[in-house]
Design a protein around this ligand. Structure first.
Ligand code: UDP
Length: 550
């Protein structure tokens, strides 16, 4: 049984004694529950009570020590979805002395990462909320992340994508339900609780309408690194041609370019898929392949997508697979009637992350006669039969879903679960326009994203000419890292501020010194900042401010 926790690896007696004497120890990162991840020694879980237990002794540690603020609202978020009240983590407290009256604890020897999956039935949620955050949380905290044990506490069954979760570590993940099998009291020798939110780019609309997160901290590089590792674990080698930086000649054309249509077979259908495929093949003179989650294994889908030049799909969770597209590929997302592409952008945001190097094109059905609605389906698939007649009529009459919060807005569900007959001329037009607008594929060289260091040895010299004229000469040396880089354009920015004033004069200069005389007054103190700029928009830090007295 793969779930078995080998008690042989730890000395049971030593572990029990450590727990009794030292109790539980916790140290966390993060000032708020929303950015907190905690490390525990000897945190226990009581399966009967379904509670984690912190055992206090004279030498237990609890940092942060929040007192009852620990419940306002929680110690931390167990999922990567921010501040969701069904995803909070806390523990109960007991004196270590009470262990004597409890069932004998079973110790978990593995280093454990404990978390909630947010929605393991939905592929977008699987990647965005669970796999990427878990992958990078393990990178951050777990030394040998390959051997970490994942524990999913949300209480769901394995779900349709459990194979993907298995790829994160060599050990079989545990579900909440399975913890009972280990006895009434289990104690994690060393565990981390919570998920990093650093890699998430989308908020689902719980407190404001859905959209990109306000402060995105991830780039395409991290997403692509994750994709590469996952592909290796799935034993996928990228289809020939798709890869561009394998040492081949820079402009070598892939041998066999093709387009992938990702089809959905149960809801939100493309009604004329065959016609769409023919049109794509003809327009681009390329092979068109279809994939669907209902018909293929996930690795075989990734294999196909990882070599594609273009991915075409209805809006929906399957579009998360665009993170496996090769750099330079095109993502075409189709939206049903009355659904505004600007308001539902998880895949557009992903494609647009710097370094993702994907070209994104949305298409929207604007012809009401080309949509097929399903008013009689259950509400979660967009049915509206359960609503008042008046509300039903209002929804049917509307041509644009107004902005709304997640997750049960009936008008939104009604519209997003429509099937669509794609109008081929309008579709091709959008595609042609979009592909034309595509910037000539810049080979994004690493060196073109590196930032300058501080300029070195900044100095100023001043002289007074007359009672109302003065000069201010500022000079500096190039940033240290510039010596080692080939940079297309190097410029310097100088800010001059008269002491006490709250405005400054900015200058952009190509050289390493300059004498300012306009607007420079005698017997005045100026504050001067200098920084370097590579290629117009890669800003470096300012050097320490100079105080220059004329
Ligand atoms: N799904 C699918 N085929 C379908 C409908 C859904 O493979 O015909 C998948 C979809 O990719 C997602 C899950 O089932 O992983 C849930 O789909 P749903 O429509 O609820 O969510 P959405 O795609 O809108 O995020």
């Amino acid at each position: 049984q793969s779930q078995e926790l080998s008690q042989a690896h730890i000395d049971y007696h030593v572990a029990l004694q450590a727990l009794q004497e030292h109790g539980t120890r916790m140290v966390c990162t993060g000032k708020m529950h929303t950015d907190r991840i905690c490390r525990f020694d000897y945190l226990c879980y009581c399966s009967e009570a379904e509670e984690f237990v912190f055992f206090h002794s004279n030498s237990s540690v609890m940092l942060p020590n929040l007192g009852s603020r620990r419940f306002q609202p929680a110690l931390l978020d167990l999922s990567s979805v921010e501040d969701h009240n069904t995803q909070y983590f806390n523990f109960l407290e007991l004196p270590a002395a009470t262990l004597r009256f409890m069932p004998k604890p079973v110790f978990v020897p593995d280093v454990t990462l404990i978390l909630n999956r947010f929605n393991p039935d939905n592929l977008m949620h699987v990647f965005h909320d669970d796999l990427l955050p878990a992958f990078y949380t393990m990178k951050q905290f777990l030394d040998s992340d390959e051997d970490a044990r994942l524990v999913f506490m949300e209480g769901w069954e394995e779900g349709p994508h459990f194979e993907l979760y298995r790829l994160l570590s060599n050990k079989q993940p545990l579900l909440k339900e399975q913890l009972r099998n280990f006895g009434k009291l289990m104690c994690f020798t060393k565990s981390y609780i919570g998920l990093s939110k650093m890699t998430t780019w989308y908020q689902y609309g719980f407190v404001q309408p859905q959209g990109p997160k306000a402060n995105i901290l991830v780039s395409g590089n991290e997403i692509r690194h994750f994709a590469k590792v996952l592909m290796e674990k799935m034993n996928i080698t990228r289809a020939a041609g798709g890869e561009k930086d394998q040492g081949n000649a820079e402009d070598e054309k892939p041998k066999d370019e093709y387009i992938v249509v990702f089809s959905r077979s149960t809801t939100r259908l493309i009604l004329n898929e065959a016609e769409l495929i023919m049109a794509l093949a003809q327009e681009f003179q390329m092979r068109v392949v279809t994939v669907s989650l209902e018909e293929q294994s996930f690795p075989s889908i990734v294999q196909v997508i990882s070599g594609a030049s273009m991915l075409v799909s209805m809006h929906g969770a399957q579009l998360i697979t665009s993170l496996f597209l090769p750099p330079g590929a095109v993502v075409v997302e189709l939206y049903p009637f009355a659904v505004n592409p600007d308001q539902y952008t998880p895949y557009r945001t992903l494609a647009s992350l710097p370094g993702m190097d994907l070209h994104y094109i949305p298409w929207r059905n604007t012809e009401e006669e080309n949509t097929v609605t399903h008013p009689d389906r259950p509400w979660e698939q967009g049915g509206i039969a359960h609503l008042e007649k008046e509300e039903q009529e209002q929804i049917m009459a509307s041509k644009d879903v107004p902005r709304h919060l997640c997750c049960r807005n009936p008008e939104w569900l009604f519209r997003i679960y429509q099937d669509t007959l794609v109008d081929i001329p309008s579709f091709l037009e959008v595609l042609q326009e979009g592909v034309k607008a595509k910037p000539l594929l810049k080979k994004s060289k690493l060196s073109s994203t590196l930032h300058p260091g501080r300029v070195r040895d900044p100095q100023c010299q001043t002289s007074v000419q007359t009672s109302n004229e003065a000069k201010l000469t500022v000079s500096w040396q190039i940033p240290w890292n510039l010596k080692y880089l080939k940079v297309r354009e190097v410029k310097y920015e100088v800010w001059i501020q008269e002491q006490g004033e709250n405005t400054y004069m900015p200058y952009i200069l190509p050289q390493q010194n300059y004498t300012f005389s306009d607007n420079i007054k005698p017997f005045t103190t100026y504050l001067v900042w200098v920084r370097c700029i590579f290629n117009k928009n890669l800003l470096g830090p300012f050097a320490d401010v100079l105080m220059c007295r004329t």
